[in-house]
Structures are given as C-alpha cells and as structure tokens.
Design a protein around this ligand. Structure first.
Ligand code: ATP
Ligand code: MG
Length: 242
C-alpha cells in the first residue's frame, strides 16, 4: 500500500470510484482485541478500503486521568495492526500538540484527501451517545459517517435517542460486534494484578507492556530464552527462580 502523506494510506487515485476510509480513534491505552475485532467488522460490513488507527494525542475526554505517553500508545497500536494488510497505525493525532478533537482531525483529513474519499469514523456505541456533546459536533456530522459498534451490555436505545435528539444530522450505522466486553481498563487492571493478557491483546503488545513496564507490570523476562510468549503478565518471578 502506498503512503499518501506521513503514514496515511494513499486513497482516491481512481477518480471514477468512491473510496471508504475507516478511522478508528481512541486512547488505545493499551489497544486490545475489542478494538481490532471492531475495526475488522466495520471493514467487512461497510466495504472499507482501509482502516487507520489513530491513538489520540492528548485525549479530549481523559484530561483528568493519567494516560501513557503517545509514543507508547502509538508503538502498541503499530505492533497490534502490523500484520493486517488493511489496517494502518497513524501518528496523525499523536504528533499534534495539545488536546485532539475529532472534528479538527476530520477537517485536516478532509484537506488531505480528495472528495471521492469518504470517512467512516468507527467508535463504540457507548461513545456514540456522547458524540452529540462533542466539540464541533456539527462538523463531525458533516464530515464523516459514524459507525457505532455495540458493546455487550450496552443498550442501543440510549445511543439512538441521543442521535435523534441532536440538532445535527448524523449518518450512523450500528454494527453488531461479537461479544467482546474487553476494555483497556480491564487490561490495565489485569497487568496490575499480575494476570495474563493472552487472547485479550496480541502477544507483541503484551511484550511491549512488560518490556516498558507499563501499568505497573513487573520486569520482562526478555533474554531469559522464552521469547515473546514468556512475557505474559505476572510471569516475572520475584523469587529468582525463572
Ligand atoms: P478504557 O477502558 O480506558 O475506557 P477502551 O477499551 O474503551 O478504554 P478506548 O481507547 O477508550 O478503549 O476506545 C477507543 C474506541 O474503541 C472507543 O470508541 C470505544 O468505544 C471503542 N471500544 C473499546 N473497546 C471496545 C470493544 N470491546 N468493542 C467495541 N468497541 C470498543
Ligand atoms: Mg473507553
């Protein structure tokens, strides 16, 4: 896949067709299989050409919380998406100073891409309900289609009512994502408790978390002859008996 600018996929060359660019925004602290399955389902269901994962620079709605560095979140996103030919990790938001707002990101992307490239902003249905309260929600409505992935335990009626009550015309497609109750908070909690992350996020992400001791992870066993599978959460023995 050719690169258009920075690390953004080159779409829009053939003027006789319309392209669909999926944009998966999030804090990705850390990225997990819920995000990946969600993006894959959107790719299939909406016939997207590519999905760009954009870790937020300084997430607008997480100002009061401690968030890992943009570099760490970007690196984990890159590791998690690197083996999928239609996924790409982008530094687009990480490299922008200050708080990143989706409306600003979409406006910048609109200037970069020709008008035969449509944007599909993928988000969890829980976040969809908050879209109406986002800064410049009118611009978001104008610039992108929304894809709302349902998370287990989430009542879609809440999102639908919020969208209906909005003064702006949002184009939303709801998408059933296979039962995935995984969240980044759940993963962080597991790391803190020394539990395994296997099957919750790709192994290279687990390796990165231990190598860089994120979320209170204990030192990794890299170099102890166990390869990346030897760095599951909690495997770092403190009694010296590796
Ligand atoms: P946290 O637990 O810290 O809130 P998170 O798992 O919600 O993290 P975010 O980076 O906040 O991860 O999420 C990015 C986007 O992915 C959001 O739109 C969110 O709704 C969506 N998302 C997160 N987890 C899932 C999941 N398991 N299935 C579908 N969508 C998800
Ligand atoms: Mg969240």
């Amino acid at each position: 896949m050719a690169i258009l600018r920075g690390d953004l996929p080159d779409l829009g060359k053939d003027r006789d067709r319309t392209y669909r660019l999926g944009i998966m925004g999030g804090t990705f602290d850390p990225i997990h299989n819920g995000h990946l399955v969600c993006a894959e389902c959107a790719f299939d269901a909406l016939g997207l050409d590519m999905v760009v994962f954009m870790p937020a620079g300084s997430p607008a709605f997480k100002q009061d919380k401690r968030v890992s560095s943009g570099e760490d979140r970007y690196a984990m996103t890159l590791l998690a998406t690197s083996d999928n030919p239609h996924f790409i990790a982008s530094r687009f938001e990480v490299d922008r100073a200050g708080v990143t707002y989706t409306a600003d990101t979409l406006q910048l992307l609109r200037k970069i891409y020709p008008d035969n490239v449509d944007f599909y902003f993928i988000t969890g249905a829980d976040a969809i309900a908050e879209v109406v309260a986002w800064r410049d929600a009118d611009k978001v409505a104008e610039l992108a289609h929304l894809v709302g992935a349902t998370r287990p335990g989430y009542d879609l009626a809440h999102a639908e009512t919020a969208i209906e009550r909005s003064p702006y015309k949002f184009d939303v497609t709801y998408l059933e994502v296979p039962a995935l109750a995984i969240s980044s908070s759940y993963l962080r909690g597991r790391v803190r408790e020394g539990k395994s992350l296997r099957y919750l996020t790709p192994d290279p992400v687990t390796g990165y978390i231990h190598k860089h001791q994120l979320y209170g992870a204990r030192a990794s066993r890299y170099g102890a002859g166990e390869g990346s599978f030897g760095v599951l959460a909690g495997e770092g023995r403190t009694d010296g008996q590796a």
